[in-house]
Design a protein around this ligand. Structure first.
Ligand code: HEM
Length: 456
């Protein structure tokens, strides 16, 4: 799957910025490289660049200073210690045309007060209630599957996590087919926005841009209907109650935050589960170990802390196929990164895919080894691999760290525990797995295969 050897050092025409600041080495820009840009190979290209130019690499892109950092300390510097000197990059900021101004897209200055208002909805004390919805949704999937049925597993997991978002975040039932379809179209439009000229393309009177705007409108209409109706206990009801220094979320803020959560909370976890089933399908011994580790009978929220192997499978999946595979920050001040002066306005990339597979920290970095997350007593901890903190950050770090982190762990571990207990997944023979790396890391063309009942 790797394409590392294709990356050759090349002479850069310009070794300094316009202000005369020296530029770190890197692959430079060429038209043939641009022509070779493929979403399938992008993560591997990033990894090859990081190996060839470790620390800080300069990715020459016309009109843009773009850097890739690949040392854990530099990742932490950009996301955490200098987190107040950077803002979200263009890709996430521009998403506000679909998502509105919510936690994902908010500029730094507006982010913190918002985050304080949304945080209580994700407090630990709320998790048991949400877990009940997660378990019900997973059981509904379990009840729906038929032995030998041919499915697209990524679609199944998308349906499952949308069901969970409906039950726990919105407190309302969602028409998963309608919302799933519109979310997919909206995500494609967002991807188009990330490509130079994307915003311009989306204004053209063509079918695809029209569908994109219609999907965005339809999603806003879904959120509007949910918020106008009665919502059961959920993230939405908690957000409605939230007060901070007398401030509350007004109607527009409620709408945009709900939209942000619907999008951020659905696809990422669906992908984590999809990749987990794909990896388990390739590794029957680990799939059997998972099954044997699960309690007899239906797992419940009270079992969560005992599901060590399921946690290890989820962690190892997030390591190898981080659904958020790269983070982008734009500098609001000059910074020094690894001794290189990086000017204000530059974009810095920090890729989880690259750091999570760095052989300096992870033995057998490309292998699926859930056991690396377990101590000798078989207990899971994120500390067990003993890697520096910036080498493991599937949920980001610093002030913009994922608000749904423990929600997602609970959801993924419980769903896996319910489904892997009775089902295994067999990928279609001949199916070629390829990556589609955009905002998230997806299996290109979904994941076709058969669900097979392992326990009668
Ligand atoms: C495996 C599942 C998930 C992964 C891998 C993931 C990953 C991430 C990452 C890496 C970020 C930081 C982005 C950045 O710094 O640019 C983020 C932010 C965010 N995530 Fe998640 N996420 C997951 C699940 C969820 C869930 C379930 C929800 C909500 C129900 C959620 C809501 C959010 C929100 C609102 C933000 C923005 C937070 C802020 O800036 O304050 N995520 N997520």
């Amino acid at each position: 799957m790797g394409i590392g050897p294709e990356i050759e050092p090349r002479e850069r025409r310009r070794a300094t910025t316009r202000r005369g600041l020296p530029l770190p080495p890197g692959p430079g820009f060429s038209l043939d490289r641009l022509a070779g840009f493929r979403r399938e190979t992008m993560p591997w290209t990033m990894r090859a660049v990081a190996r060839r130019w470790p620390g800080v690499a300069y990715l020459g892109v016309p009109g843009r200073h773009l850097y890739l950092v690949s040392d854990p300390d530099l990742v932490r510097q950009v996301l955490v210690t200098d987190g107040r000197k950077v803002d979200k990059g263009e890709a996430l900021r521009t998403a506000n045309i679909v998502l509105g101004e919510g936690l994902i897209t908010a500029r730094r200055a507006r982010h913190l007060p918002r985050r304080r208002l949304v945080n209580p909805a994700f407090a630990h004390a709320r998790m048991a209630g949400y877990a009940a919805g997660m378990l019900d949704a997973a059981r509904a999937t379990d009840a729906r599957w038929r032995d030998g049925a041919h499915v697209d597993l990524s679609r199944e997991m998308s349906r499952l996590t949308l069901d969970i978002i409906g039950r726990t975040v919105l407190g309302a039932e969602l028409d998963w087919q309608h919302v799933g379809r519109e979310l997919t179209i909206a995500m494609r439009g967002w991807e188009a926005l990330m490509v130079p000229g994307g915003a311009w393309y989306l204004k053209l009177p063509l079918d695809a841009p029209r569908r994109f705007w219609a999907a965005a409108d339809n999603l806003h209409a879904v959120v509007g209907r949910v918020l106008a109706g009665d919502t059961a206990d959920s993230v939405v009801t908690e957000m409605r109650k939230a007060r901070d220094d007398g401030a509350a979320l007004d109607d527009a803020a409620m709408h945009d935050e709900t939209m942000n959560l619907m999008l951020a909370g659905h696809e990422t976890t669906a992908l984590a589960l999809t990749w987990a089933f794909w990896l388990l399908a390739q590794h029957p011994a680990e799939a059997a170990a998972l099954r044997e580790s699960l309690p007899d009978g239906d797992p419940g929220y009270g079992d969560l802390r005992k599901l060590h192997y399921a946690y290890a499978v989820v962690a190892e999946t997030l390591r190898l196929f981080p659904p958020a595979w790269i983070l982008e920050r734009e500098l609001e001040q000059d910074l020094s990164l690894g001794g290189w002066p990086v000017p204000i306005g530059s974009t810095v990339l920090a890729s989880q895919f690259v750091l999570h597979r760095d052989p300096r920290f992870w033995p057998s970095p490309d292998s699926f080894v859930p056991a690396r997350w377990l101590d000798p007593d078989g207990r899971f901890s994120e500390d067990n691999p003993g890697v520096p903190r910036g080498a493991w950050y599937p949920f980001g770090a610093g002030t913009r760290i994922c608000i749904g982190e423990s929600f997602a762990w609970t959801e993924a571990v419980l769903a896996l525990a319910v489904l892997a207990r009775r089902w295994s997944f067999r990928v279609d023979p001949g199916h070629r797995m390829a990556l589609h790396a955009a905002i998230t890391l997806r299996p290109a063309g979904g994941l076709p295969g058969t669900v097979e009942r392992v326990v009668p």
